[in-house]
Ligand binder design. Structure first.
Ligand code: ADP
Ligand code: MG
Length: 460
C-alpha cells in the first residue's frame, strides 16, 4: 500500500486503501477483506486493475485480486444501519471522485522482437540462477542455445517438480528466437504434442502435423513422462525424432525422472531419448536458494530483512516454485498491508507452505527404523560399533539412503550413526554404489526401500 501513496491522493488512500485488509492468499490470488459490497464494487472498478498490475510487476506472475466482505462486529461502522452506511459511503465516494486522478499509466517496454507465441518471455538464462545443483544442465542448455543442432543433440533434462526444467528448456527457445533469424522453434508440452497428434488423426490432417514437427529447427518438448502408455503418440514422436535427428536439428526434452524409470515407454523411443546428453536438476542448496530469492528481489526492486530470507530458505527446501511462492506472498502482504515483514509475520503467512515442506523432508530416525526393520535389526544395532557383515551392510545401506534423500551432509549422517566420521559415510556410499553395479539385486532393493520410506513418510 505504501507504494500507492505516491499515486493517489490522501483522500483516496484513506477512503479506499485503508479499508482493505489482507485476508488470505493462494499462489495466484490475494483475498482482500472489505467492510461492504459497496466498497468492494468501488475498489474493483477503480483500483483492482492497477493493484493487479502492480502485483504482476512484483511477483512476475499474474495474481488476481479477490474480495471477502467482512463486517467487523466490534467496528462502530457495523453498528449503524446498512442504509446509513450506504449513504455515508456514497457521500465519501462522491467526495473522492473529485479528488481522484486517472489510473497510473502502465510502463511501456519496447520489445527487441515480438515474443514467440508459445514461449514465455519470463524464462531466460539471465534470470536463471546457476548453482551446484543445476550447473551441468544450465551450461548444457546455454551451449545448445548458442549452437543448436551441433551441441548435445538430443538433450534430456530431468528432475523433480519445480526445479527449473520448464524454465531451462524455454530459455533455450527464447535465446534461439532472439539470436537466429527465421529459426523454426517449436515448444510444446508432451500433452500438447499428444493432443495435436490426436486432433490431426481425427481430422485426417496427419500430413500437416508431420510437416509442422518434422521441419522444425529446434524442437522442445516439455514433460515427456506424460507420454507413458500413449503408444500411438510415442510411435509418431519416434518418427519425428528420426527425421529431425537425421537432419541435425536440435531436440531438447524434459522429464520428471530418468527415462530408464519410465515403465510404459517403448524401448526404441527410450533409447532415442537416452542417445544424446541426459542431465539432471537437483534440489538447490541453501546458498542457491538464497541466491534465487535475492535475484528475484533485485529484479522487482524490493527488499526484505535478511532474517526473513533465511527463514524462508531454511523452511522451503525442495522446490524452487514453492520458494518463489513464499516470497511473492510475503511481498504482496507487505505491499497491501503496508507492514514491515518480521520473522513472525512471515512464519504466520507462510505456515501452509512451511508445513508441506516439513512433511516432505524425511528425518533420519525414520530411515534408520525402516532399514532396521527391513533387515530385521534394531536401530540401536544399526548405530552400534559392531562391524559384523550382518550389521555393517544394512548400516551402509541406511547411510547411503540418508545421503540420497535427506539434505544431511556426510558429517551429519556420521553423527547420527553412533558418531562416525564423515569419511566412513563416504566410504559406505561408495561401497553401496559399487555393489549396485556388481550385484543386480542391490539397486532394486535400495530403490524399493527409498520408495517405501518416501511413501510412508508422505502419509505421515
Ligand atoms: P519444473 O518445470 O521443473 O517443474 P519450473 O521451470 O516451472 O520447474 O520452475 C519453477 C519456478 O522456479 C519457475 O518460476 C522458475 O522460473 C523458477 N526457478 C527454478 N529454478 C530456478 C533457478 N535456478 N533460478 C531462478 N528461478 C528458478
Ligand atoms: Mg515444468
Amino acid at each position: 500500500m505504501n507504494q500507492f501513496s505516491a499515486e493517489y491522493s490522501p483522500q483516496e488512500i484513506h477512503m479506499w486503501f485503508e479499508r482493505m485488509q489482507y485476508h488470505d492468499s493462494t499462489e495466484s490470488s490475494i483475498v482482500i477483506a472489505v467492510p461492504s459490497s459497496f466498497v468492494q464494487d468501488q475498489i474493483e472498478q477503480r483500483y483492482a486493475r492497477a493493484i493487479e498490475d502492480r502485483l504482476l510487476e512484483i511477483s512476475g506472475s499474474p495474481i488476481k485480486l479477490e474480495f471477502h466482505v467482512q463486517r467487523a462486529a466490534s467496528s462502530p461502522r457495523a453498528q449503524r444501519s446498512s442504509a446509513q452506511l450506504v449513504r455515508e459511503e456514497q457521500q465519501e465516494a462522491s467526495a473522492s471522485q473529485e479528488s481522484s486522478r486517472s489510473a497510473p499509466r502502465l510502463s511501456v517496454t519496447t520489445a527487441v522482437k515480438r515474443p514467440h507465441p508459445s514461449l514465455n518471455q519470463r524464462y531466460t538464462f539471465d534470470n536463471f540462477v546457476i548453482g551446484e545443483n543445476n550447473n551441468f544442465a544450465a551450461n548444457a542448455a546455454l551451449a545448445i542455445s548458442k549452437n543448436p543442432g551441433t551441441a548435445y543433440n538430443p538433450c534430456l533434462v530431468y528432475g523433480g517438480v519445480g526445479l527449473g526444467k520448464t524454465h531451462l528448456i524455454q530459455s533455450i527457445g527464447n535465446t534461439v528466437y532472439q539470436d537466429i533469424d527465421n529459426a523454426k522453434i517449436i515448444f510444446v508440452s508432451a500433452e500438447e504434442f499428444t493432443n495435436d497428434f490426436l486432433n490431426a488423426l481425427r481430422e485426417k490432417q496427419t500430413a500437416q502435423f508431420k510437416n509442422k514437427y518434422r521441419y522444425a529447427d529446434v524442437l522442445l518438448i516439455d514433460d515427456i513422462h506424460f507420454l507413458q502408455g500413449k503408444e500411438e503418440t510415442q510411435e509418431e514422436l519416434f518418427h519425428t525424432f528420426n527425421a529431425l535427428y537425421e537432419a541435425n536439428k536440435q531436440m531438447v526434452f524434459t522429464c520428471d525422472r530418468p527415462v530408464s524409470e519410465l515403465r510404459q515407454l517403448k524401448d526404441r523411443l527410450r533409447n532415442r531419448f537416452e542417445r544424446g546428453l541426459n542431465v539432471d536438476l537437483k534440489p538447490p542448496s541453501f546458498e542457491t536458494r538464497l541466491a534465487i530469492l535475492q535475484k528475484k528481489l533485485e529484479q522487482s526492486n524490493r527488499n526484505i530483512p535478511e532474517s526473513v530470507l533465511n527463514l524462508i530458505c531454511s523452511n522451503v527446501t525442495t522446490n524452487v516454485r514453492d520458494l518463489e511462492k513464499a516470497l511473492t506472498r510475503i511481498l504482496a502482504y507487505a505491499e497491501l498491508v503496508g507492514k514491515d515483514i518480521t520473522e513472525e509475520v512471515a512464519r504466520q503467512q507462510l505456515k501452509d507452505i512451511f508445513v508441506t515442506h516439513h512433511q516432505a523432508s524425511i528425518n533420519i530416525d525414520f530411515i534408520q527404523r525402516a532399514v532396521a526393520d527391513y533387515f530385521n535389526l534394531t536401530t540401536n544395532e544399526l548405530k552400534s560399533k559392531k562391524r559384523t557383515a550382518a550389521i555393517a551392510f544394512p548400516r551402509q545401506v541406511a547411510m547411503y539412503i540418508a545421503r540420497q534423500i535427506t539434505e544431511l551432509s556426510t558429517t551429519e549422517v556420521g553423527l547420527e550413526f553412533g558418531g562416525r566420521d564423515h569419511t566412513t559415510v563416504m566410504y559406505a556410499c561408495q561401497k553401496i554404489e559399487n555393489k549396485m553395479k556388481s550385484d543386480s539385486t542391490i539397486e532394486p532393493m535400495v530403490k524399493r526401500l527409498i520408495r517405501d520410506i518416501r511413501e510412508s513418510n508422505a502419509k505421515g
